[in-house]
Design a protein around this ligand. Structure first.
Ligand code: NI
Length: 204
């Protein structure tokens, strides 16, 4: 009958809307429960790292994808650096020497310059030989270096305008997982043996 029909349609609609509201509230509640306050470690894990396009010391174009599938220990600095960079790169190299060949095989050692004006491919190619045979040097255009600095939250800027200028820069060594996410960062002057122990405990 007509009167019953017109009454039953709004009823169905009301029931349907109620179900939708219940489902929506349920989904919202679950998402609120699951959403915990991220810790500092989780924050930096999400913040550090990302896509880049650079040139390696063999003058080959590389991207972040070329380094996925292996762990990566990466340092940002410059070859003219009188003290901080050579020290941290030596620490990275020494730490790598504490690892087993199997662990080392799963690790990329990377040095990214923050001084692309002076650190051309040939400069990088020579510099890395002072540290470790596995060390990969990366340089690029100023724009490419700016982009990778941003991805890794690296600060670096020329300290003066002279020809033999210094570069002020952050001195973190990042240990990244095979998916390109940060596992751990090391400060300047880390103990290589401790650094190696931590990497060894995480390399699977
Ligand atoms: Ni330096």
């Amino acid at each position: 009958m007509k009167t019953q029909e017109t009454k039953s349609i709004p009823k169905k609609r009301i029931i349907l809307s109620l179900i939708l509201v219940i489902v929506a509230v349920g989904v919202w509640t679950i998402s609120m429960v699951e959403e915990k306050t991220p810790t500092a470690a989780e924050n930096s894990r999400a913040l550090i790292g990302g896509p880049f396009t650079l040139t390696n010391h063999m003058n080959e174009p590389v991207t972040d994808k070329d380094f996925l599938g292996k762990y990566m220990i990466v340092y940002f600095g410059y070859t003219y650096c009188p003290d901080v960079c050579p020290m941290d790169l030596q620490i990275m190299a020494d730490a790598a020497r504490y690892l087993t060949p199997e662990q080392l095989d799963k690790l990329n050692l990377v040095f990214v310059t923050v001084d692309p004006d002076r650190d051309k491919v040939e400069v990088m190619a020579e510099y890395i030989t002072y540290f470790h045979p596995k060390l990969i040097g990366l340089t690029g255009t100023p724009e490419q270096i700016d982009a990778v600095k941003k991805e890794y939250r690296v600060y670096a800027a020329k300290a003066d305008d002279t020809a033999d200028y210094l570069v002020d820069h952050t001195a973190y060594t990042y240990f990244m997982d095979p998916e390109g996410a940060l596992l751990k960062h090391f400060n300047h002057g880390e103990d290589p043996e401790q650094m190696a122990a931590l990497m060894a405990s995480m390399i699977k």
